[in-house]
Structures are given as structure tokens and as C-alpha cells.
Design a protein around this ligand. Structure first.
Ligand SMILES: *Cc1c(COP(=O)(O)O)cnc(C)c1O
Length: 393
């Protein structure tokens, strides 16, 4: 079984490029050129250099001693929280800005929900002196003032999306409209392993550095490059695919993807896509989507803005239906408590997104000497207000 994209842009029956006719030239240009550009030694040299000197890679693989003792396993944390701008998203935006340069693009657009991808995009545009326009729901602009300030400080223009619920999906629609109107000079940086082919595969390749490093780091620390379990949280699924990528064909490694159950999978306020969703098309690819029987997208809910998404990337849909990876979910309460636990046991405040992956440790049964790698996708500075409200500090 192949877990990778085929030449038609599909992972099993998922993926493809379901786009309006007017976007075809943009997506086709990218499809024709992304692999050629990414395999160019000059591109790789600059990408690796920026990952090292700008992002701060390799990110450490940290043995969490007190957490390990609590759960009776050898638990390692892949420290994406220590990257520049505080999460894994910068791995992808650094890659895509170099690609955009080589495509001769003079202008970057992006969509953002909580603002994390917007910040990572504005950052690399400042680095390269390229114009940056970020679309963001008007409601999200209100809720995420510090990230809006960061983007503006970097020189980006933040445009409010005022249609619909004025959140992420409306921002995505505005960004797509912009791209249709500016096909020649503009590159659209998508922030997760979603969207029409080639985005899911391209973003996965940029995030694959996470598991590439993990393999040699684990070998150095334990003598073996494969752990028993690899775990990550899933919104669209980019940190999880990056964490899984180089283990996909090692069937002895169990892969666990943790979605956001919100207030409970059956509460009506949830983002547990594989549990609640059905096959459908969302944002340009065929995947699993939270939708009504007649195909209306259902509003998702999670306390964590990064996981508050009604779909998953097509590669995840394939890993789920082929049973290569196990998809589970934890609630807001479970995630917040796991976030506090990691803070108290290891002195590390995780992003609430990442805390979802840690919360699932409590539901696992370990024999005692298994090795587990958890992707710590981001730091919790942005979530302090949520933690404080919840715990009443
Ligand atoms: C955006 C974000 C996520 C969710 O996105 P994926 O594409 O599923 O990785 C997870 N963790 C953090 C810290 C994020 O900022």
C-alpha cells in the first residue's frame, strides 16, 4: 500500500484538485514546477541554511523524564515549540517563500484563523522583502489582536473578511478570490496539508523535516531510529504529517493522530472530523469533511483555534481509511488539563493544540519500556489567557 501521493494527485481515493476553472493556471503552474524546484540542490542548500540559522533547527528531541515516569513509557518530545515564531508552521512558510521566489512571484497572500499561519507568512515575507497580504475573518481580528499586531509590525497588510461567519473559511474564500484576480504575480501560501494538489504533498514535504530529524536523534539517544508510537495533534494535519512522514512505511511504528473533540464528540460543539465527517470536497480536495447530508459544511468547535477546522488533509483521510494511523479525539477539558500537567511535570507550557496530543497519553496502556515520540507542535504563550481563565489563576 502506498501512503504517498500518486501522479494524479490522489492519496488512495482522496485528494485531487477540485477548483474553479479560473484557478486552473495558477495551480497547474505549481503542480508542474514544485518537485523540480524542490529537488534543485541550490534550493535545498538555501532551505536547509534558513532552517538552521533562522528557524533554529534541528529542534531538540527531549527525553521527558517525569512525564515518562508518570505514564510508564519512555516519552520523547519533538520540540517544534522552540522554532522561531513558536511553532512548526515556519518550516512550511520558509519553504514556500523560496519556491515563490523561484516562480518569479512578487506578492504573497495567505489566509489565517488564529493568526499563527499569518504570522509565519508575514515573517518570511519580511525576511525576503516581498509584499504580503493576509486575509483574516473580522471576528478573528477582534479575538487575536496580538497576532494582528505582529503581522502589521512585519509590514503585512491584514484584510478583514466580512462575509459569512467572518472567520477562517470566509478568509479562505477571500484569499482564493484574490488569487483568481492576480494569477501572474501572486503566490498563495496555504498553511496546512489541505487545498488542491499539489499543496497537501508540498506542505507535507516541507514539514517532513520533523520526522527526518527525529529518526537520527532517536538513534543517537536510544540506539534505535524507530519508536513504538508516534503521536501528534491534527487540525488540517501538517505537524502530524511531518511527524509521521518518515515512519509511514515502517509498519512497526504505531501512528496516533489526536483531533479536537471540543465539548464532546456528540455535543454538537466538536471538531473531531474523522468521527463526525463523511467523504466530500472541501477547499479544493476530496477528503473527510464535517457536513450535513446535503453537503453544507458544519461549523466546527474547539477551544484551540488551530484545531477548529471542519476537515482534514487528504493524506490523513487515506491514513485513516487504510487504518495505517489511528485517529482519536480528546475534549477541551482533557487538553487543558494535559497542558497544565506538562507544565508542572516538565516546565514546558504547550500550545493548547499540542496539549491535545499529550492528553491522549492518559488513555493508552503501556507495557513499561515502550518508546513514544510526541510532537510538541507549538508553545503556549499565545494561550495563556485561555489557561488562566480555565484554571482561575
Ligand atoms: C496551526 C497549529 C496546529 C494545527 O495545524 P496542523 O496543520 O494540523 O498542524 C497545531 N499546533 C499548533 C501549535 C499550531 O499553531
Amino acid at each position: 500500500m502506498s501512503y504517498h501521493v500518486n501522479e494524479r494527485g490522489y492519496f488512495g481515493t482522496f485528494g485531487g484538485a477540485y477548483i474553479p476553472e479560473m484557478l486552473y493556471p495558477n495551480v497547474e503552474e505549481l503542480r508542474e514546477k514544485y518537485l523540480v524546484i524542490m529537488s534543485d540542490p541550490k534550493f535545498q542548500e538555501e532551505y536547509q541554511q534558513l532552517l538552521r540559522d533562522y528557524v533554529g533547527r534541528p529542534s531538540p528531541l527531549y527525553f521527558a523524564g517525569r512525564l515518562s515516569k508518570k505514564y510508564g513509557a519512555n516519552i520523547f518530545l519533538k520540540r517544534e515549540d522552540l522554532n522561531h515564531t513558536g511553532a512548526h508552521k515556519i518550516n512550511n512558510t520558509v519553504g514556500q517563500i523560496l519556491l515563490a521566489e523561484r516562480l518569479g512571484k512578487k506578492r504573497i497572500i495567505a489566509e489565517t484563523g488564529a493568526g499563527q499561519h499569518g504570522v509565519a507568512t508575514a515573517t518570511v515575507c519580511a525576511l525576503k522583502g516581498i509584499e504580503c497580504v493576509v486575509y483574516m475573518g473580522a471576528v478573528d481580528i477582534e479575538r487575536q489582536a496580538p497576532n494582528v499586531a505582529r503581522m502589521k509590525m512585519m509590514g503585512a497588510t491584514v484584510i478583514p473578511a466580512t462575509s459569512g461567519s467572518q472567520t477562517l473559511k470566509d478568509a479562505t474564500n477571500e484569499a482564493l478570490r484574490d488569487w483568481i484576480n492576480n494569477p501572474v504575480d501572486t503566490h498563495y501560501i496555504i498553511g496546512s496539508v489541505v487545498g488542491p494538489h499539489p499543496y497537501p504533498d508540498m506542505v507535507a514535504r516541507f514539514q517532513a523535516i520533523i520526522s527526518e530529524e527525529t529518526k537520527w536523534q532517536l538513534k543517537e539517544k536510544t540506539g534505535k531510529e524507530n519508536p513504538d508510537y508516534v503521536m501528534a495533534c491534527v487540525g488540517g494535519g501538517s505537524n502530524a504529517i511531518g511527524m509521521f512522514y518518515h515512519f509511514l512505511n515502517d509498519e512497526d511504528v504505531k501512528l496516533i493522530a489526536v483531533e479536537a473533540a471540543g465539548k464532546g464528540v456528540d455535543s454538537g460543539e466538536s471538531a473531531a472530523t474523522t468521527y463526525l465527517g463523511t467523504e466530500g470536497v472541501l477547499h479544493g480536495s476530496r477528503s473527510i469533511v464535517m457536513q450535513t447530508p446535503d453537503g453544507q459544511v458544519i461549523e466546527p468547535y474547539s477551544i484551540s483555534a488551530g484545531l477548529d477546522y471542519p476537515g482534514i488533509g487528504p493524506q490523513h483521510a487515506h491514513l485513516h481509511t487504510s487504518k495505517r494511523a489511528l485517529y482519536v479525539s480528546v475534549t477541551d477539558d482533557e487538553a487543558l488539563n494535559a497542558g497544565l500537567e506538562l507544565t508542572r511535570l516538565e516546565g514546558i507550557i504547550p500550545a493548547i493544540e499540542s496539549a491535545h496530543a499529550f492528553a491522549y497519553l492518559d488513555k493508552m496502556k503501556f507495557k513499561g519500556d515502550e518508546t513514544v515520540v510526541v510532537c510538541l507542535s507549538g508553545r503556549g504563550d499565545k494561550d495563556l489567557a485561555n489557561y488562566m481563565n480555565y484554571f482561575g489563576f
